[in-house]
Design a protein around this ligand. Sequence first.
Ligand SMILES: *Cc1c(COP(=O)(O)O)cnc(C)c1O
Length: 351
Amino acid sequence: MNIQALLRENIKNLLPYKSARSEFTGHADVFIDANENPYNLGYNRYPDPLQKELKEHIASWRGVSSNNIFVGNGSDEGIDLLMRAFCEPGKDAILILDPSYGMYTVSANINDVAIIKHQLDEEYDLDFSEIKAKVSDNVKIVFICNPNNPTGNCYSSEAILAFAKSVNAIVVVDEAYIDFADEASCIKYTDQCPNLLVMQTLSKAMGSAGLRLGMCFANTEVIAILNKIKPPYNISQPVQELAIKVFSNIAEYSQQVAKLKTERSRMAMELTVYKQISKIFPSQANFILIEVDDADKLYAFLQSEGIIVRNRKGQIHCKEGIRITIGTPDENDLLLYKLNEYYHAEGIVFG
Ligand SMILES: *Cc1c(COP(=O)(O)O)cnc(C)c1O
């Protein structure tokens, strides 16, 4: 596997920006190298461009080395940078599952990168040999969301590894929801598979979507490429500090995840009561995808009651899709109460 051969020519030859703070390491008393205001009211200095302290926390949390971690302004930044590093606009392509997370498509469109879709089967499962057949020479990145959003199902991490080993493209496993899943993370495979990159985030299980912090775990060669092309100070000082604090609360987040998984089971069961809900897809994430009789109408009703769900109307195998994030027990109860009211008012018997 030759990562450099997958890289765009202009990125291969790129001379990266050298910030004042990345040229100097060690101790000094006087910093007159970066045109900062010397008077300190909190944030007068540029932050660490490589987020070393934060990465040490992430590294010990996930049992990897800091050198195998890239940190971005949300997963969104990682997705965009990967596309810019490996995909020649107007020429190269990415391969995505359908349905899956919308950001891969948006980012590809922004970067003028073609999109090849692999349609998932009725259970939203897939056959990796079918995907492999679609990885043509111009496909530079394959995005596998695991557990998949918005469907909630998981693919075997061993099968993903075998697939990644068999293709000449970067394989991104987006594990935004992995902490809610029974399936193991693919992080442990990144040292034996240089084209495998695992993406995680503080936005879901770690309760910190407002911080905007996404992580990529990969071989040092791919991490070095991302660091080379990222904006020099992509994670602000307060976000680095707040993210470090998140890691002192891991036990609490684990408890929350356990609670949310219990609620997920309860909701999946409670929803079976309604005849108008024709499908409840089994979920390994913190949401449940259901097919209802009329997604727009249910969405509008819930909105009028101050409850916002995600309208996923029109997607494959779930034309009238609604995606429900698991909330607190009270929030979930309120949704169930309103569903009761709605389907009664519709004049349809539920049984
Ligand atoms: C929510 C989500 C993310 C998180 O994105 P951030 O930019 O890190 O908040 C990433 N991937 C998927 C599939 C998601 O659903």
